[in-house]
Design a protein around this ligand. Structure first.
Ligand SMILES: Nc1nc2c(ncn2[C@@H]2O[C@H](COP(=O)(O)OP(=O)(O)OP(=O)(O)O)[C@@H](O)[C@H]2O)c(=O)[nH]1
Ligand SMILES: [Mg+2]
Length: 326
């Protein structure tokens, strides 16, 4: 059994097995996770982060496969985190096999990790960030994060990556749905995949129309690429589009600003979750919430003031609690 320090050392040298074990450890919320993250963080920050999101079945993984191949051709090392709520049990095996099928490059340096969103401890965005930081520190030059764009996760991806690719298809439905999903706001690049099917041009026109009408002032106009990922069509253009967005971010320290904003958001989120951890796990439970409910039921106190009373007592107890080490 290797020690945590050996795993960290191995991963920083680029050893896949160590990296994989560190990610598992962080994913499970192991007690050593904070130590691991503390040690690897100074070594991260060099990689370029690409987010890929879109509706289920749009061809995200197929496109990611192709992008991996394209990146490897240019000698980039690549790390992939695929968050796959629809099929949590593939464990990366399927995606890995597909990549091996398409990329016949002995030298290719790829690490692929699939995560079921129901398995990750402490929230999707947090675990995705931690895993991609481990890959970053292990020397991967490009990190790709794939998430299914349903609900909140597509917004999270914008808080974790440098270039966000939104993949839609001719079946993606009308433009209003796209708006609703919040995808318009976060896309740096649009891809209409399955261009071999009817209606691809129409959906690309309606995206274009929406971008034209959008009130948000943009210096960067998201390009729209038509791809047939399953046939490797349009991938070169997409690849160029990614680097073109990356070059755009190099101007006026925009990349730095984007990443600083992301750190700020992350810090806020973490303060909040640390706080609610203290609240629910260790302090509030000692209070007799049921007694308060009784008082509320009897109309002796209203819920808001009951909450404030608890908060008041909490703040008094907090220093002692923190001294005991949480
Ligand atoms: N006709 C056509 N089929 C495609 C294309 N790209 C992918 N597919 C197929 O679409 C299906 C879904 O592809 P995936 O790459 O798994 O899609 P995904 O978006 O990663 O799916 P989830 O991760 O489950 O949301 C597969 O059967 C692919 O072979 C394409 O350009 N044209
Ligand atoms: Mg997929």
């Amino acid at each position: 059994m290797q020690s945590i320090d050996q795993l960290i050392e191995g991963s920083l040298k680029g050893e896949k097995l160590s990296t994989s074990r560190l990610i598992s450890l962080v994913e499970r919320g192991n007690k050593h996770a904070p130590y691991v993250l503390e040690k690897i963080f100074p070594h991260s920050g060099e990689a370029y982060y690409i987010g890929v999101t879109g509706p289920p079945g749009a061809g995200k993984s197929t496109a990611v496969d192709r992008l991996i191949a394209r990146l490897c051709k240019n000698n980039f090392s690549v790390g992939v985190i695929a968050v796959d709520p629809s099929s949590p049990f593939t464990g990366g095996a399927l995606l890995g096999d597909r990549v091996r099928m398409h990329v016949k490059h002995d030298k290719m340096d790829v690490f692929i990790r699939s995560m079921g969103s129901d398995r990750v401890m402490g929230g999707l965005s947090r675990t995705t960030k931690e895993a991609s930081r481990i890959l970053d520190a292990s020397g991967k030059q490009v990190i790709i994060v794939e998430t299914v764009g349903v609900g909140q996760s597509e917004l999270d991806i914008a808080e974790a990556t440098d270039t966000v690719i939104v993949i839609l298809t001719p079946e993606s439905g009308d433009s209003i749905q796209i708006m609703k999903a919040g995808l318009m706001e976060i896309a740096d690049i649009f891809v209409v995949n399955k261009a071999d099917r009817p209606g691809a041009k129409d959906i690309s026109l309606s995206i274009q129309g929406m971008l034209d009408r959008s009130l948000r002032k943009r210096d960067w106009t998201p390009p729209i690429f038509l791809t047939t990922a399953s046939l490797n069509k349009g991938i070169d253009e997409l690849y160029e589009g990614i680097w073109s967005h990356s070059r755009y971010l190099q101007q006026d320290s925009m990349l730095e600003k984007r990443r600083r904003t992301q750190f700020k958001l992350e810090l806020r989120n973490r303060i909040e979750s640390e706080f609610s951890h203290i609240l629910w796990q260790d302090i509030i439970e000692e209070k007799n919430i049921d007694n308060l409910v009784q008082e509320i039921w009897a109309r002796k106190i209203d819920p808001q003031n009951a909450a404030r009373r608890i908060m008041g007592e909490l703040i008094e107890e907090l220093p002692g609690w923190l001294q005991r080490g949480g």
